[in-house]
Design a binder for this molecule. Structure first.
Ligand SMILES: Nc1ncnc2c1ncn2[C@@H]1O[C@H](COP(=O)(O)OP(=O)(O)OP(=O)(O)O)[C@@H](O)[C@H]1O
Ligand SMILES: [Mg+2]
Length: 388
């Protein structure tokens, strides 16, 4: 018998060597598995965080189990601090469960749900929430909540509705005002003519004066209606300085505030970029806002008018602030409606803010109001700057 050891022949493998090799392969296999798992975890976490809308996994009792970065950003806390807190407390800033929250229905029926929530107190933003059922690996029922920011959309809808309402009422009011204007002119002219023709001491003079004053008052209201209904046009829109408009009306305001012993302060930015607008119309805006402020504060009250430039948004702004009675919460959404007034009959027509709103819109600007009943009101108007 012969034996030969050639180049291809295998060396015998001992049992120890065999078990070592299989352990090595197993470790490699586990390492590869770990790598796959951690890559999967990283992918899932970064996908979760890449979503710019808040997404959370929430338990049946509203505790946050997982949340992405956007949820932390809206809640103004670190993402780790979110876990374990209640979603309505951390996100909405409310001790109560959000009105209309679809979580409980989704848990019960195991179907997706959704609704538009009230604006969050914490971030002052409004969200539509969508809920999806989920089961954890232990079989526990959970819910995925996805929040969609609808603040701008809601605001746009509100503005659109307001513009439509204004346009419809404007058309109607414009037609009526136009018809009234002519006979009113006649009443005024004849009253003035009769006053001139009669002697100064004539007993009818007082009555004629009353007729003249009443007719002039009506003419002012009719003029307001006509201005209100006028279609937008930029024939009088010129580059201008907002401070120039303010400087023209300040002396008028001072007469009014001094007479009512109201403290009036104006704080104007030293330099402002120009805006494009109608001087006459913007004067009307300021006068309407200041008139309202004067009517809201009592003697000894305070009104502040300031102008400034918001560099980031490239807008020129003005604020009119007072410490008067303020606006009730339930009225805040109505004050720009034509004919909405809380004043006694004969004291207000309710057109001031509707006209103001129309003019501001026509100038491509925006108007905001902040008020707490009993603690004054602050109106802010902004217009796009035509230069930086
Ligand atoms: N600065 C303010 N403080 C408190 N309430 C205000 C203020 N500005 C407006 N309002 C409220 O908004 C309502 C509507 O204002 P708007 O200027 O449109 O009409 P008005 O002042 O009542 O009447 P008009 O301006 O036609 O004489 C007011 O009746 C008032 O209730
Ligand atoms: Mg008014």
């Amino acid at each position: 018998m012969s034996s030969s050891i050639g180049a291809n022949s295998q060396a015998p493998v001992s049992p120890d060597q065999k078990s070592y090799n299989s352990k090595d392969a197993r470790i490699k296999e586990l390492e590869a598995l770990l790598e796959t798992i951690s890559r999967g975890k990283y992918m899932w976490e970064s996908t979760f965080d890449a979503i710019t809308s808040p997404v959370m996994i929430v338990s049946h009792d509203y505790h946050i189990l997982r949340a992405n970065r956007a949820a932390a950003h809206i809640s103004k806390v670190d993402v780790r601090a979110l876990i374990g807190t209640k979603c309505h407390e951390t996100l909405a800033g409310s001790p109560e469960i959000c009105q209309g929250c679809p979580l409980s229905v989704t848990l019960k029926k195991q179907t997706p749900g959704g609704c538009t929530l009230e604006p969050f107190q914490k971030s002052e933003r409004q969200f539509a929430v969508h809920s999806y059922p989920l089961k954890s690996s232990e079989g526990e029922k959970q819910v995925v909540l996805y929040y969609q920011d609808v603040t701008e959309e809601k605001d746009l809808n509100r503005r659109l509705l307001q513009s439509e309402k204004l346009a419809a009422i404007g058309q109607l009011a414009g037609g009526v005002a136009h018809e009234i204007n002519n006979p009113l002119g006649g009443i005024l002219a004849f009253a003035q003519l009769a006053m001139r023709q009669l002697e100064k001491e004539h007993p009818a003079q007082d009555d004629l004066k009353e007729i003249e004053e009443a007719a002039l008052r009506c003419k002012r209201i009719v003029q307001d209606l006509l201005d209100f209904s006028r279609q937008s046009g930029d024939e009088n829109m010129v580059p201008m300085q907002m401070n120039d408009v303010v400087n023209k009306i300040v002396p008028l305001v001072q007469v009014q505030t001094r007479a009512s012993r109201i403290r009036f302060e104006s704080q104007l930015a030293t330099t402002l970029p120009s805006i494009k607008g109608s001087v006459y119309k913007l004067q009307q805006v300021f006068l309407n806002l200041i008139n309202n402020a004067c009517q809201a504060v009592t003697t000894g009250g305070f009104i502040k008018l300031s102008t400034f430039y918001d560099k980031e948004k490239n807008i020129v702004c003005a604020e009119i602030e007072d410490n008067g009675h303020g606006i009730r919460d339930e009225h805040l959404s109505k004050i720009f409606d034509p004919y909405f007034t809380t004043k006694k009959q004969g004291e207000g027509t309710g057109l001031g803010l509707a006209i103001t709103y129309g003019i501001v819109e026509e100038h491509g600007g925006s108007i905001e109001v902040k008020s707490v009943w009993g603690h004054g009101a602050k109106f802010k108007i902004s217009f796009p700057a035509i230069e930086r």
